[in-house]
Design a protein around this ligand. Structure first.
Ligand code: ZN
Length: 239
């Protein structure tokens, strides 16, 4: 099984690993900091470097997880099992996604607590993230209030932490599940919970900033009212 370094340390940009399998121009590694995509967060990008100083560097064009839980790094050619590689993340891309990911936790909690919204979908982007709600009573005139509430939470500089809980505790706390159409990340009877200190906890397998302060200021770039069961917001970070 691949060790998922991004779950332990979302700020890890480079790592050493060994190639395990190679097929179809992609490889699995003994350990990886590359997030394979999931829960609305796109996969990481970056490179694998080989042979130390001046060695060859292969761009990682795509990363995905297969049904067996293996994480594949598409590098365009076969690599020998046992080959030592150095993984290097496209950090500006990943860090932007971490800020947007933290923002989406704040937005979905504020929408739920202040407006009775239920999140139905999310797609993170490095520039702009989309989030959908079942939010019957929300009107365009309330966007300013939503933005102000979201930014007030961000400015509190809440610590963001993660913990693993058992499936039984998870089932007993239905408030931990937010998305109606994304399966909760239960692996071997354990679930990862991401907490914004004293504000919110929810099941999530993605990567986040350490503090809400790192998110910066947020604004709604676009709002589409697609009826009471579908309010779509596009969020941007301005600072
Ligand atoms: Zn998350």
């Amino acid at each position: 099984m691949t060790t998922r370094l991004y779950l332990e340390d979302a700020y890890l940009r480079e790592f050493e690993a060994e190639v395990q399998e190679s097929a179809g121009g992609a490889c699995t590694l003994s350990r990886t900091a590359f997030f394979p995509g999931g829960g609305g967060q796109p996969p990481d990008r970056g490179a694998l470097a080989m042979g130390g100083e001046g060695g060859e560097t292969l761009p990682v064009a795509a990363v995905h997880e297969d049904d067996a839980g293996r994480i594949w790094h598409a590098v365009g050619r076969e690599l020998a099992p046992g080959q030592r590689v150095r993984g290097i993340l496209d950090w500006p891309w990943r860090y932007a996604l971490m800020r947007h990911h933290g923002l989406m936790h704040v937005v979905n909690t504020v929408a739920r607590e202040a407006f009775g919204g239920i999140i139905t979908g999310v797609q993170l982007g490095a520039d702009r993230s989309r989030i959908d709600f079942r939010l019957p009573s929300f009107a365009r005139e309330q966007i300013g209030e939503l933005e102000a509430r979201v930014n007030a939470v961000i400015e509190r500089g809440l610590r963001v932490t993660s913990a693993i809980i058992g499936e039984e505790e998870f089932r007993a706390r239905p408030e931990l599940v937010r998305t109606l159409n994304v399966l909760p990340p239960v692996v071997d009877g354990r679930v990862r919970i991401v907490e914004l200190e004293g504000f919110d906890a929810q099941a999530c397998g993605g990567t986040h900033v350490h503090s809400t302060e790192e998110i910066g200021r947020a604004r709604v770039a676009r709002f589409d009212n697609k009826g009471k069961d579908n309010k779509r917001f596009y969020w941007e970070l301005t600072g």
